[in-house]
Design a protein around this ligand. Structure first.
Ligand SMILES: Nc1ncnc2c1ncn2[C@@H]1O[C@H](COP(=O)(O)OP(=O)(O)O)[C@@H](O)[C@H]1O
Ligand SMILES: [Mg+2]
Length: 265
């Protein structure tokens, strides 16, 4: 038996597939924004329902290809990077989006209006890992504040890394912040059990969680190969130490130099 092959984690790259698995657990499902595969008809349906949606590659990463699409009274628009493109009809919008997609599989997701820090949207990254006792454990989190002119928070897109509770504290008191963090860790654990139940080779996950204005957590995506370099930018180094130690147990080695993400101040 080739034990190396057996240990090598099967990557679950498709966001749609992961979403389908997570929707089977009702306690997680209520935290997942409606997600459908891209088609012109689905875009029309989603825009009529939510006015603002995200269109993203099914197998994307680092915010590449992620677009924020909106319907207004006068027409439609989408943002990609720092640029906004406007159209008067849905068919013109669809043509432009399809041109960007180049035949690749994309999905459409209900847009969450993210909380803001100094006018810039932010979301949170939660890390869960299998610990040496082979149990899932939340091992760290951080907040990501979007580049001033972008609709994605990824560090690789110019986002800044902050201590999660500092960002949440601008909307919630101490006790509420504590409860919210506990709730997000619980969601992360449920997610790990659900995905881990389907794919036993998984040993770490990074959840992108957004908070809406009612402070409800929404799972935007679940990474099966999360980048841990943003943890090096946090003042508190204890999560980083634990993550590296557990990662070693799990046969992981990490890149610890942050190329693009910045430290928030
Ligand atoms: N449904 C959504 N509502 C609001 N913001 C979103 C949504 N989906 C994605 N985003 C923003 O875009 C970023 C990148 O999307 P994500 O699904 O995490 O793809 P990637 O794999 O490229 O990181 C998120 O971190 C978030 O800032
Ligand atoms: Mg992401």
């Amino acid at each position: 038996m080739n034990s190396f092959k057996q240990m090598k984690p099967l990557r679950m790259r498709s966001k749609l597939k992961k979403t389908r698995i997570l929707l089977k657990q009702p306690k997680i499902a209520r935290h997942i924004p409606l997600t459908v595969s891209f088609s012109n008809g689905n875009l029309q349906f989603m825009l009529n329902r939510y006015r603002m949606v995200y269109v993203k590659p099914d197998q994307g990463a680092m915010g590449v290809g992620v677009m924020r699409v909106e319907k207004h009274q006068g027409g439609y628009q989408y943002q990609y990077g720092t640029r906004v493109y406007r159209y008067s009809s849905l068919s013109a919008l669809c043509l432009a989006l399809r041109d960007r997609m180049k035949g690749r599989r994309y999905l459409i997701q209900k847009g969450i209006r993210l909380l803001r820090y100094r006018q810039r949207p932010f979301d949170l990254r939660l890390m869960v890992q299998k610990n040496p006792a082979r149990k899932w454990e939340p091992t760290g989190m951080f907040g990501r504040v979007a580049h001033p002119r972008k609709a994605v928070t990824n560090g690789s897109q110019g986002g800044s890394i902050y201590c999660a509770s500092r960002l949440i504290r601008s909307y919630a008191g101490k006790e509420q912040t504590r409860r919210l963090i506990k709730q997000m860790k619980h969601i992360a654990l449920l997610t790990a059990h659900q995905l881990g139940g389907v794919n036993r080779t998984l040993n770490e996950l990074g959840l992108d969680i957004a908070l809406d204005r009612k402070l409800k957590p929404w799972i935007l995506e679940v990474n099966t190969r999360p980048d841990i370099c943003p943890f090096t930018l946090l003042k508190d180094k204890s999560p980083l130490r634990k993550i590296i130690a557990y990662g070693r147990w799990n046969g992981r080695r990490y890149r610890l130099t942050c190329k693009k993400a910045r430290r928030g101040n």
